[in-house]
Structure formats: structure tokens, C-alpha cells
Design a protein around this ligand. Structure first.
Ligand code: ADP
Ligand code: MG
Length: 726
């Protein structure tokens, strides 16, 4: 082990688990740092309380005076919990979270202290946000960004800061963040889904989307993390030979989680609960060094905030435990990457899960309506869904035979496949009495029974029905779930609107409601059948089959994002009110820019690592070999070949790789430099299709060099150290 590597490694020797306060009863700590309705009752007058309730449930605006009263109450609560600062907490288009801290109190020149948290401070802020990407919106509109309170996500305290979840919009109201379109999509879905569920339940007046995410991540010791410039700069390793013992190891080897990790998890769980994130204990390890955490599902906006918050706090808490959290989708080559399953459904204000079959034929018909409309929506908008999960990191996972492929398809299980088949044969127009009985017996009456054994879960499917919800599994681990959720809500809402129009038209023509519904569903099944796939999503055959079916297979982010430029897509965003054309352009630009920046950084770091760390080490080793060979020649003369075979072979191989890798890096660097003359779209294309493939070529050489060069002088912390030191 080189000195440099050893220095880092040594720091891990005497690590001890960090003491964590003993776990109290969940109920004692759950939401203790959240300004929820229960707490509000103690701090707000009834008028203010009602105003918040109306804002949450009916989207009503809060007037200035009431906002003042709410702010005062909120501040009193926060102060009672020791908070000294407040911040508007928001999620810019980059997907990360951002904050701007202000203190509650301000010292006047005359020494007086004034309170600095008024209604307007609660409701609106102008963060110094010039550094947040905005796809040119703010330049065009000559406006600054504002944050505005989102009352539907309660304020919370983290550390000594009161955090107020906000949207981030331009002066003219354009979305500059992830939350604004998410809220719009939720309200659109609400409107569309409520109208449809009224076919079945007159008392429904609101439908929410529900989201339960499952977050995967890696933990790496912080000293080892810091010893890898690629991890620090890019979140993933750009070079490194996979460890000899990979994932094939027996489960039980990793079954017992090291005490340090355990202690981190315990603290994370406690802190999450205090913040109202309803995490369930979960300690399974997937790959070496990889873990997963999942809460119980919640209303989607809240769940998205909670996921963003979690990604934030887990990094902070991990550092206390001398760990670094890796949220990157593919931190290690040859080891499974990380994803974030998004379990999604719709629920009425009366507590009905619209994607859950039930006891009565009517409930099951309702289930089928929402189930089939979701399938149709995904079918019609598969590329949009693909775009919603596109990122430089996720490109490594999708289609890498370890995560769902870049092809969007839906798994529904054998039984539901059969149900759809039956429905496809429903006759046109009016139904005969026999047919009605048949449908009742064979289809809508039977679903709950068969669902019980719908346990066959196809893990290779990007979008799977799992009994009472769909599970969008292709989402990246570092993604802001707000993006895919916005698109899903939007396309399903849009589809439900179309469905309602079509059904109503048939009713108008004299069909009974059920008949009309069956007729429309039958057509939807026929139209969207090709998106259904029950087989192995990782297989070669599926790629071919999907091609034949005309499904897209967009492997890179720039290719996937292009869908945002299509006229029909712009129209969906516009008509649903989720994003206007300008906002969509901004979204496209920002996501593309992010891709470009990430890859440029990766190219830079890879070049430096190779030329400043790896090549010099290899040259040192080359010199050693040369000395050995010279020595052998001195001693053995002509016979030297007999004893010098191995060092000579090594020297030749090493020298070849050295030459090739240096050449390759020079070539890549030149091409990266040449990017500057192009605009961002072209840059993204070149990076994806011309430059990134060279990363792999370089890596082949550096990984081979790692295996050849004496471990004593190899400068970079190796995979086995990163993955197995806990
Ligand atoms: P898995 O087998 O995929 O690990 P789990 O049951 O452990 O599944 O977790 C699945 C997630 O799905 C949990 O967060 C759970 O709360 C969530 N979930 C369950 N029902 C719903 C629903 N109706 N809507 C959204 N999410 C749900
Ligand atoms: Mg899952």
C-alpha cells in the first residue's frame, strides 16, 4: 500500500461507533420538530388555523394580516424549540435543495433588538439566487427569483433553523424549481381524477397522489472517500478495478451490519422521525457497502420534500459517523448501482386507494378504470417518462443489465394480463345481459381474489404493478423525485380527462355508464398492449422485441431529453398547466447544462487522475522493472532471457498501456477543449456519443495498470478498501 493510501487507511483503524441517544418510543419523537396541525393548535388562533387548513385543502390564498399571525405563532414555536434562524427551503432545477438563512432578530444601530420574522417574511422571500440555474428565464424577464411559502408542506426545525418549504419562481411567476410544476401537476391530477371517481363515488371531492419511495445509497469511510479525488469531485469512481470478491458473497456475510453503520442508521432514523419522515426500520444490504431506507407512503408533495430532506440530512449525519453517503447511481463499476423506487398511487379524500381492487364489482370496475388509464398514459408518453428520469448518473444504470432498461414497459402480472384479455373481447356498443353477467363473474367480481397471489414481482421491469400501486423503478438514487412524479401525475391526469370525455360522449349516445366505460377501456387495452411486458427486461431479446414493437430505447440523457422539444409534448405541458413553453424550454436547457457540466468535470478529473496519479506511479514501476532486467542481464548475460521472462513481459505490457493511455487522454482533452465553440445541445451530443465512450477506453488501461503495478506504489485507494472497510 502506498504511503498516501496508508495514511487514509490508518485513520479507519480506531473508528468507534458514535454514541446515539437511546431510541425513545416512536410516538414520542415522531414529528416533534414539525409545525403540524396538532402543534399549530397550540400556537395559532382559530382564524389562522382555518386559513392554513384552507390553503392546504382548497388551495386558498392567505391574506397578509393572517400571514402575520401565522408567522408570529410559527416563530414562537420555533423559538421555544431553540431555533435562532429561519430559512426558505427550496429545490432549484438542479434537483438539490437550497437554503438562505436569516436570523429572527436583528440588532438596530441604537442597540435595540427588532424581531425579523413577519408575515411577508414567511410568505415571500427574495433569495440571492443569481447562482441558481434558470435556463435563461430570469434574464429574459429581467426578474429575480422569489421563494414563496408552500403551506401544504409543514415547516420544520433542523438544528437551530426553522425551515419553511417554499416554491421558487420568477417575478413573473415562472417556475424556477421542481416543486412548482409538481404542485401544478398534483392539482391537475386532483381535478381529473376526482371527476372520474365521481362515476363511482359521489362523495369524493379530492384525489391526492401518494408516493412511497425506497432510497438506496452507499456508505464509504470518510477518510477513504477523501483519498479519492474522483469520488469527491464527481460522486463516483472513474477508475478502479472491481474487487475480487464482489457481490457473489454469501448473504450472511453482510447480514450483520457493522456497529458503526448501525449507529448511523439509528441516528438517521431518529432524526427522520423528528422531522416527520415516517421511516421504517430497514437494514438490508444490497451490494457491499450499499443500504436502503424506505418510509411509509405519504401525499406526494410531502413525500418529495421528505425525500429531498432525507438526502440532505443523511449526508450531514453520516459525517458525524465518519462516513460519506454516496447517492450517485453508479459509484462503482462492477458493483450494482443505486436507484430510488417510486411507489405511486392515487387516493380519494374518503380514503379509497384508486389503484386497489376491492370487495365489490363496482370497486373493481373503478380499479380497472384507473389501472388501465395509467397504462394508457404510460404507453402514450413512454418517452416523456424516460426523460423524467434522465441524468448523467442514471445513464450508467439504465440498460446496464442491473437496473431496468432504458425501455419503458409495464409489468402487471399474469392474472391481470388475463383480465385485460377478457376485457378486450367485450363487444362493441351495448352489452348483452349474458355478457354483463359474464363480466361480473369473470372479471370485475374476481379481481380481489386473484390479486392476493399477484406476488410474482418482476424486478427487471421499470414500471410494475405491485398489488395496489405502480412502482416506478427506473428513478435514479440521486434524483429529485419531484421530476418523475410531476410527469406521471401530468400524463395520468391528462389521460383521465380524455377518458371522461370519451365515456360521457358514449353515455350521451345512449349507452349505460358501465357499458360506456367497458367500451372505452376495451379500446385503450388494444391501443396500449405493446407497452406490457412480463419477461426479463435485462435480456437481449427484449431489446430486439421492444424495437419491433416500436418502443423507444434512449440510452443517453441528451437523446432522452429531446422529447421536451416536440410540439405535442409542449402542448401537454401547456394544456395541463404544468409548464408553459418558456418554462419547459428552461427545464430542458437546465437539465442539458447539468449533463454537460457533469461530464466535463468527469473528463477533467479522469484526465488529471490518469496523468498525475496513475501514469507517474506506473512510470516508477516501469523504472523498477528496467532496473531488474538490467540487473538480470548483468548477471546472466546471454542466458538472461531464461530468468527475465516475467519482468520483460510485464515491462512490455506496462509500457504499451502507458503509451496508449497517455495518447487516449490527450485525445480526450483535445476534444473536450473543442467543445467550447458549440452551443450546449451540440456539446451534450458530443459528450454522450463521442467523448464519454473514451472514458471507458481510458479506464480499461488504468484498471489494467492497477492490476499490474506494485501495490506498494499504487496511489489510489482501491475498491476493496472503499467497499469493505466499515
Ligand atoms: P418492496 O417489496 O418494493 O421493497 P415495500 O413494501 O417494502 O416494498 O415498500 C414499498 C413502498 O410502497 C413503501 O414505501 C410503502 O409505503 C409504499 N406503498 C404502499 N402502498 C402504497 C400506495 N397506495 N401508494 C404509494 N405507495 C405505497
Ligand atoms: Mg420496491
Amino acid at each position: 500500500m502506498s504511503k498516501y493510501r496508508f495514511e487514509a487507511f490508518k485513520q479507519t483503524f480506531n473508528r468507534k461507533p458514535v454514541e446515539v441517544e437511546p431510541v425513545k418510543k416512536r410516538s414520542e419523537i415522531f414529528r416533534s420538530n414539525v409545525f403540524d396541525f396538532d402543534t399549530m393548535r397550540n400556537y395559532l388562533d382559530s382564524k389562522s388555523l382555518k386559513a392554513v387548513e384552507d390553503a392546504v385543502n382548497k388551495g386558498k390564498k392567505i391574506d397578509r394580516e393572517t400571514a402575520g399571525a401565522i408567522a408570529a405563532g410559527m416563530k414562537n414555536w420555533a423559538a421555544s424549540k431553540g431555533a435562532t434562524h429561519y430559512t426558505h427551503w427550496f429545490q432549484p432545477l438542479t434537483g438539490a435543495t437550497a437554503e438562505k438563512h436569516d436570523s429572527f432578530f436583528e440588532l438596530q444601530p441604537d442597540g435595540q433588538v427588532i424581531e425579523k420574522f413577519s408575515g411577508s417574511q414567511l410568505v415571500q422571500q427574495e433569495p440571492d439566487a443569481s447562482s441558481f440555474p434558470n435556463g435563461g428565464i430570469r434574464n429574459t424577464f429581467e426578474a429575480r427569483g422569489y421563494t414563496a411559502w408552500d403551506p401544504s408542506s409543514p415547516a420544520f426545525i433542523y438544528g437551530t433553523t426553522l425551515c419553511i418549504p417554499t416554491v421558487f419562481i420568477s417575478y413573473t411567476g415562472e417556475a424556477l424549481d421542481v416543486k412548482t410544476p409538481l404542485l401544478r401537476s398534483l392539482s391537475f391530477l386532483d381535478e381529473a381524477a376526482t371527476a372520474v371517481s365521481k362515476y363511482f363515488h359521489r362523495d369524493v371531492n379530492k384525489v391526492i397522489a401518494t408516493l412511497g419511495w425506497e432510497q438506496e445509497y452507499f456508505l464509504v469511510d470518510s477518510a477513504l472517500y477523501k483519498s479519492r479525488p474522483d469520488l469527491v469531485m464527481t460522486g463516483r469512481t472513474l477508475t478502479g478495478h472491481p474487487p475480487a470478491r464482489g457481490q457473489q458473497l454469501d448473504d450472511h456475510y453482510f447480514g450483520s451490519i457493522h456497529e458503526r453503520v448501525m449507529s448511523f442508521m439509528r441516528e438517521l432514523e431518529i432524526e427522520s422521525l423528528k422531522l416527520g419522515i415516517p421511516v421504517k426500520t430497514r437494514h438490508n444490504e444490497v451490494a457491499p457497502g450499499q443500504f436502503e431506507l424506505a418510509p411509509v407512503f405519504e401525499e406526494a408533495n410531502l413525500a418529495v420534500d421528505h425525500n429531498s430532506l432525507l438526502m440532505d440530512i443523511m449526508k450531514k449525519i453520516a459525517r458525524k459517523h465518519q462516513f460519506e453517503v454516496l447517492l450517485h447511481e453508479k459509484p462503482f463499476e462492477g458493483v450494482n448501482g443505486s436507484g430510488k423506487h417510486n411507489n405511486w398511487s392515487m387516493m380519494t379524500n374518503t380514503g379509497i386507494n384508486l389503484l386497489s381492487p376491492g370487495k365489490t364489482p363496482m370497486k373493481n370496475l373503478e380499479f380497472l378504470v384507473f389501472f388501465i388509464n395509467t397504462i394508457k398514459a404510460v404507453h402514450d408518453n413512454e418517452r416523456l417518462l424516460r426523460a423524467s428520469i434522465a441524468s448523467a448518473g442514471n445513464d450508467h444504470r439504465l440498460g446496464a443489465n442491473e437496473a431496468p432498461p432504458a425501455i419503458i414497459s409495464i409489468f402487471i402480472g399474469e392474472q391481470l394480463t388475463r383480465v385485460l384479455k377478457e376485457l378486450k373481447n367485450v363487444s362493441n356498443g351495448k352489452l348483452t345481459p349474458e355478457e354483463k353477467t359474464d363480466l361480473k363473474l369473470k372479471v370485475v367480481g374476481k379481481i380481489p381474489e386473484i390479486m392476493l397471489d399477484n406476488t410474482d414481482r418482476n424486478r427487471t421491469s421499470p414500471f410494475a404493478f405491485t398489488g395496489n400501486r405502480f412502482e416506478f423503478r427506473a428513478v435514479g438514487s440521486s434524483a429529485n423525485t419531484g421530476n418523475p412524479m410531476t410527469i406521471l401525475n401530468m400524463i395520468v391526469g391528462n389521460q383521465l380527462k380524455i377518458f371522461k370525455r370519451e365515456v360521457d360522449a358514449l353515455i350521451e349516445k345512449g349507452l349505460k355508464k358501465d357499458e360506456a366505460i367497458f367500451n372505452v377501456l376495451r379500446e385503450y387495452i388494444k391501443q396500449s398492449e405493446r407497452i406490457l411486458f412480463e419477461g426479463d427486461g435485462y435480456s437481449e431479446e427484449w431489446q430486439k422485441e421492444a424495437g419491433k414493437r416500436g418502443l423507444s430505447n434512449l440510452k443517453t440523457t441528451p437523446d432522452a431529453l429531446k422529447v421536451y422539444k416536440e410540439k405535442a409534448v409542449k402542448e401537454i405541458f401547456e394544456q395541463t398547466g404544468v409548464l408553459n413553453e418558456r418554462e419547459l424550454e428552461a427545464k430542458y436547457e437546465v437539465e442539458l447544462e447539468q449533463y454537460v457540466n457533469k461530464l466535463k468535470i468527469e473528463a477533467g478529473v479522469l484526465g488529471d487522475l490518469t496523468m498525475n496519479h496513475i501514469v507517474p506511479a506506473a512510470i516508477k514501476y516501469q523504472q523498477e522493472l528496467v532496473n531488474v532486467i538490467k540487473g538480470l542481464k548483468d548477471i546472466y548475460g546471454k542466458d538472461f532471457q531464461k530468468y527475465g521472462e516475467e519482468p520483460l513481459y510485464l515491462l512490455n505490457k506496462l509500457s504499451t498501456h502507458l503509451t496508449k493511455v497517455s495518447e487516449q487522454v490527450r485525445k480526450m482533452r483535445k476534444e473536450v477543449e473543442a467543445l467550447e465553440k458549440f452551443e450546449v445541445e451540440k456539446q451534450a451530443d458530443l459528450l454522450a456519443h463521442k467523448i464519454k465512450p473514451q472514458f471507458d477506453k481510458i479506464r480499461k488501461h488504468t484498471d489494467t495498470l492497477e492490476m499490474m503495478v506494485d501495490d506498494e506504489i499504487w496511489p489510489l485507494t482501491k475498491y476493496r478498501e472503499l467497499l469493505f472497510t466499515k
